[in-house]
Design a protein around this ligand. Structure first.
Ligand code: NAD
Ligand code: IPM
Ligand code: MN
Length: 357
């Protein structure tokens, strides 16, 4: 199989982890005779430094002409004082939007071997590991609503609007139901319907969509309660569907529950096989370029790419099995390190995984 992959290494640890993920893809190609043609393009801080903007039309064009996009992370202290529309993160939001990637799938899987890295007690997490998915709406809500800043007699003011249309809600909630149908048929819709109009609309639409999925057991949680439930009983969750900002927060919380933010992959989809694949973590400027970052989230993201964009289920499973094997053998990057295990750097972790494919 021949596929075109646009690669945005990004900032901070982005290049560290993406290079390992690409090497894993190369190993898969070598073993199975596929050909992946990479086109490296810039976005975020790297694009700002070169072109003065966080995203160029050329980068979007290359992504659109590809079968999938692999992305590291964007942002860093160097660009933190720029106005909002010029920050690297604005490039990330714009590319998600321009590519129509409204559904962000963030599987939170705790490998049994990593139960020691989870800050929760084993009586809470259980011994079999955890496995749930956060479906995060990605192109609406407060990230994309009307916003402004100004000043008056009270000093400066600023606002962001959490805006949703019925259609935007329906299409993402459907993704949640469809995914639940393929899993344990339990869907938790997370909102703040006791306060926000956009959440009341969310709940109304969710109840309508639920009629098409009578087999799925649906429940609703307010986001504050969900944050708490994740800590006291994470095993209750199968699929969580929620709006953009709530999903951002809940997924970082989920990552720690499963061991580390360095473990969680993601796929951003727009209703076709085209997708953008990235770890949920950021550019981690504190450890950038030091061979310390955990590349597993990005490596698992390319497994998602193989499965969701290319239909290469067996190859994806091979990558996931190799990750599990390396963890079973006791290798750990610093973020998941525990007593008696062998600490390795980014590059060695990547090569250990490749060797097991
Ligand atoms: P972060 O995820 O970059 O880092 C949070 C903490 O987790 C840090 O201590 C970091 O060292 C650690 N960490 C993150 N990824 C790791 C990995 N793979 N291995 C080991 N440790 C890891 O979040 P932050 O510090 O809030 O943000 C830093 C920058 O990244 C900001 O500019 C932010 O806007 C940006 N960011 C980008 C993305 C993205 O591009 N998708 C996501 C989140 C944050
Ligand atoms: C993420 C990040 C981004 C988001 C930022 C960097 C724009 O936190 O991918 O989770 O909030 O979506
Ligand atoms: Mn985030």
């Amino acid at each position: 199989m021949e596929k075109k992959i646009a690669v945005i290494k990004g900032d901070g640890i982005g290049p560290d982890v993406v290079e390992q993920a690409m090497a894993v893809l190369d190993k898969v190609c070598e073993k199975h005779g596929h050909k992946f043609v990479y086109t490296e393009v810039l976005a975020g801080g790297a694009s700002l430094d070169k072109f003065g903007v966080p995203l160029t039309d050329e980068t979007v064009k290359v992504c659109k002409a590809s079968d999938a996009v692999l992305l590291g992370a964007m942002g860093g202290p160097k660009w933190d004082t720029l106005p909002g529309n010029l920050r690297p993160e604005a490039g990330l939001l714009s590319i998600r939007n321009q590519l129509g990637l409204f559904a962000n799938l963030r599987p939170a899987v705790m490998y049994q071997e990593l139960s020691g890295a989870c800050p929760l007690k084993e009586s809470v997490t259980g011994t079999e590991g955890l496995d749930f998915v956060v479906v995060r709406e990605l192109t609406g809500g407060a990230y994309f609503g009307k916003r402004d800043t100004g000043s008056d007699e009270n000093g400066m003011w600023a606002y962001d609007t959490m805006f949703y249309t019925e259609n935007e809600i329906r299409r993402i909630v459907k993704v949640g139901f469809e995914l639940a149908m393929k899993r344990d048929k339990r869907l938790t819709s997370v909102d703040k319907a006791n306060v926000l109009d956009s959440s009341r609309l969310w709940r109304k639409v969710t109840l309508e969509v639920a009629k098409d999925y009578p087999e799925v057991k649906l429940n609703h949680l307010y986001v504050d309660n969900c944050a708490m439930q994740l800590v006291i009983n994470p095993r209750q969750f199968d699929v969580i569907v929620t709006e953009n900002l709530f999903g951002d927060i809940i997924s970082d919380e989920s990552s720690m529950i499963t061991g580390s933010i360095g473990m969680l992959p993601s796929a951003s989809m727009g209703g076709t096989s085209f997708g953008m694949y990235e770890p949920i973590h950021g550019s981690a400027p504190d450890i950038a370029g030091q061979d310390k970052a955990n590349p597993i989230a990005t490596i698992l993201s390319v497994a998602m790419m193989l499965r969701l964009s290319f239909g290469l289920d067996a190859e994806a499973a091979e990558i996931e099995a190799a990750v599990k094997k390396v963890l079973e053998e006791g290798y750990r990057t610093g973020d998941i390190m525990s007593e008696g295990k062998t600490q390795v750097g980014t590059k060695e972790m990547g090569s250990l995984i490749r060797d097991r494919i």
